[in-house]
Design a protein around this ligand. Structure first.
Ligand SMILES: Nc1nc2c(ncn2[C@@H]2O[C@H](COP(=O)(O)OP(=O)(O)OP(=O)(O)O)[C@@H](O)[C@H]2O)c(=O)[nH]1
Ligand SMILES: Nc1nc2c(ncn2[C@@H]2O[C@H](COP(=O)(O)OP(=O)(O)OP(=O)(O)O)[C@@H](O)[C@H]2O)c(=O)[nH]1
Ligand SMILES: [Mg+2]
Ligand SMILES: [Mg+2]
Lengths: 292, 278
């Protein structure tokens, strides 16, 4: 692990005086390696390592008894600070609050939509969420959402024959008339380079004026996470991300990449296939995981 | 020996970066760059020729090994099992493979062995209906191994050429789910010792280094004859398959390039390498 590696690097530094350029560069190479192996994007890593170098040199941080541990501390705290965001909660207030889930194919949107409905009910026991099956492309998508919705004790609005825009517009009117809140919209998986589908998402957002547009991102995503994040944010505008499948052993570097390139928060974490497997995102936990 | 103008440390670092950015992985990227650098210095090539060296080295890594293309023809039905983590594209790949075989005049039967996830059976059922292909399924909660067993008997008695088995997505870290997978493979082996004849790992092209861990676990659990690399129509390049090939010896058999039943192609190493390098 990284702490051990740093102990190795710094074991010739007897903790007195400043660290040297030489063992600092060795330590930074270890950080570089750890972050890349954790799937953090190459350019994001470069930036982090540069900033860490400046910080370490400027701070005489290693004039301590255990420089290796100190160095890990430095990186760890720095990354936790990066991952933390002042506004990382999911907004549920509105009449109704519309929350749109978007993302690449198979990232976990449909499952997460149902989980989010259940989560909303736990946060505000008096609210009645409505799920909207706006994925008209994938075979049995509406059925999947409906079944998951039942597990959360939440109703699903579906309408086989119409366009996503019509479905969601009708659903919001229905929600308003029957006092449902929030309205959670499940959309079809799409590639960020598909102009037609990105345009569809954009027009969905502009006509619904949603409280939240959340990118559902698979925790095992590699270097391409930055492309996805940038494109979804640039073309549509997103308020945050939900990182899924964190119950596996992917290091989750995509979370750091996402945060670094969009500046938006990761709000929630999917940690399993069951309806309750949704948690508030924990910056410290993901950093420990990324640093290995 | 004097280095050429294009071959500075920054130049080689640029190549390493390019490889890392397509998910080749740090270790592989460094090793490959070292290898090419050594060749470049030995052969005294300039910057433009380096690209060709990388291309050649990458192609070498993806070529089939001697004795790998054995074409023993088992008693029909030839059984293909599709495995992999959640959302990687298995069900759609099962449909695409069915279509691929169907176009070659083969009679295919699909088995819905995901008896767990919401609407999994309906999803495969819609594909089966679209393709005019039979599907064997039971109800949710049924034992996946029992469904596989039944599907084999049905495929056998109906004279099918191929049986394609869709399984539930599972994270390789869930040992109980990996045990279930072994059970499915054992059930097939009981009815026909050589089955399953093909076990394909469905990998999402966006997956990073975790793809190698996935491959290792699935290989250990049920053996893998190949990889289906899905969603290659996106921007991710799936470089992790190099490590899967290099370290585990598993070749890519097919690539998924879209959401339709025709969006499957046989793996073309040259095209794959070109995409990686661009
Ligand atoms: N282990 C685990 N599996 C998850 C998690 N979230 C979703 N899944 C699974 O991932 C797979 C894909 O989930 P879906 O909800 O169908 O994904 P999607 O984004 O709606 O897919 P498309 O609509 O096809 O784009 C399913 O097998 C889910 O059960 C999670 O946090 N952990
Ligand atoms: N763009 C693109 N999308 C794909 C490709 N293959 C599958 N998909 C999409 O990815 C999503 C997930 O596909 P599934 O076939 O349901 O994946 P799965 O592995 O069976 O999922 P689980 O059974 O839930 O684990 C669907 O929306 C598919 O249409 C591909 O090659 N390209
Ligand atoms: Mg979905
Ligand atoms: Mg499936």
């Amino acid at each position: 692990n990284l702490t051990k590696k740093f102990q190795e690097v710094f074991k010739n530094v007897r903790g007195m005086g400043k660290l040297t350029e030489k063992n600092l560069s060795r330590a930074l190479r270890e950080v570089n390696l750890a972050l890349l192996e954790a799937d953090v994007n190459y350019r994001v890593v470069k930036k982090i390592v540069e900033e860490t170098k400046e910080q370490a040199l400027g701070r005489k941080v290693l004039a301590s008894v255990n420089p290796g541990q100190q160095f890990v501390r430095l990186i760890h705290d720095r990354l936790v600070e990066t991952m933390t965001h002042p506004d990382a909660g999911v907004k549920l207030d509105g009449s109704p609050a519309v929350i749109i889930l978007a993302g690449l194919q198979g990232s976990g949107k449909t499952t997460t939509a149902a989980k989010l409905a259940g989560w909303a009910r736990r946060q505000r026991p008096d609210c009645r969420p409505l799920l909207v099956a706006a994925d008209v492309r994938r075979p049995a998508a509406a059925g999947q959402l409906k079944t998951m919705g039942e597990k959360a004790g939440v109703e699903t609005y579906a309408d086989g024959g119409n366009s996503p825009l019509t479905i969601v517009t009708d659903a919001v009117n229905y929600a308003r008339s029957k006092d449902f809140n929030p309205v959670i919209v499940d959309t079809a998986g799409r590639l960020h380079i598909d102009p037609e589908l990105m345009e569809e998402l954009k027009s969905l957002k502009s006509s619904l004026n949603p409280r939240e547009v959340l990118l559902v991102l698979d925790a095992m995503t590699g270097q391409d996470a930055v492309r996805t994040a940038v494109e979804f944010d640039r073309r549509v505008g997103i308020d945050g991300a939900i990182l899924t499948k964190l119950d596996g052993d992917a290091r989750g570097g995509a979370a750091l990449s996402f945060r670094a390139v969009t500046g938006k928060p990761v709000k929630l974490a999917g940690v399993g296939e069951r309806i309750d497997d949704l948690q508030v995102f924990d910056p410290a936990r993901i950093v420990s995981r990324i640093l290995g | 020996f004097k280095k050429g103008p294009g071959l500075s440390p920054e130049f080689w670092e640029g190549w390493e970066a390019a490889l890392i950015e397509v998910d080749v992985g740090v270790r592989q990227a460094v090793e490959l760059t070292e290898r090419v650098k050594a060749r470049a210095e030995e052969e005294r090539v300039d910057a433009t020729a380096v690209s060709e060296l990388f291309r050649a080295e990458l192609l070498k890594m993806l070529q089939p090994l001697p004795g790998e293309e054995t074409s023993e023809t088992p008693v029909p039905p030839i059984v293909t099992m599709i495995v992999g983590v959640n959302g990687s594209g298995k069900t759609t790949a099962a449909a695409k493979l069915a279509r691929y075989r169907q176009k070659r005049g083969e009679k295919v039967i699909l088995a819905a062995c995901d008896t767990f996830r919401a609407a999994a059976i309906e999803q495969l059922g819609i594909w089966a209906e679209r393709l005019g292909v039979e599907m064997v399924s039971q109800k949710y909660g049924a034992d996946a191994a029992a469904v596989a067993f039944d599907a084999y008997s049905a495929a056998r008695s109906r004279g099918a050429d191929r049986l394609i088995i869709d399984t539930a997505g599972r994270l390789h870290t869930r040992s109980n789910l990996m045990e279930e997978l072994k059970k499915i493979a054992r059930a097939l082996g009981k009815t026909e010792p050589s089955a399953p004849h093909e076990v394909l790992l469905s990998l999402d092209a966006v997956v990073g280094q975790n793809g190698l861990l996935q491959a290792r676990s699935f290989l250990e659990a049920v053996g893998l004859t190949g990889v289906i690399l899905n969603k290659l129509d996106g921007t991710a390049r799936g470089g992790i398959v190099l490590a899967v090939r290099e370290e585990l010896g598993i070749p890519v058999r097919f690539v998924g390039i879209g959401e339709g039943s025709d969006d499957l192609a046989e793996f073309d190493p040259a095209a794959f390498v070109d995409a990686l390098l661009n």
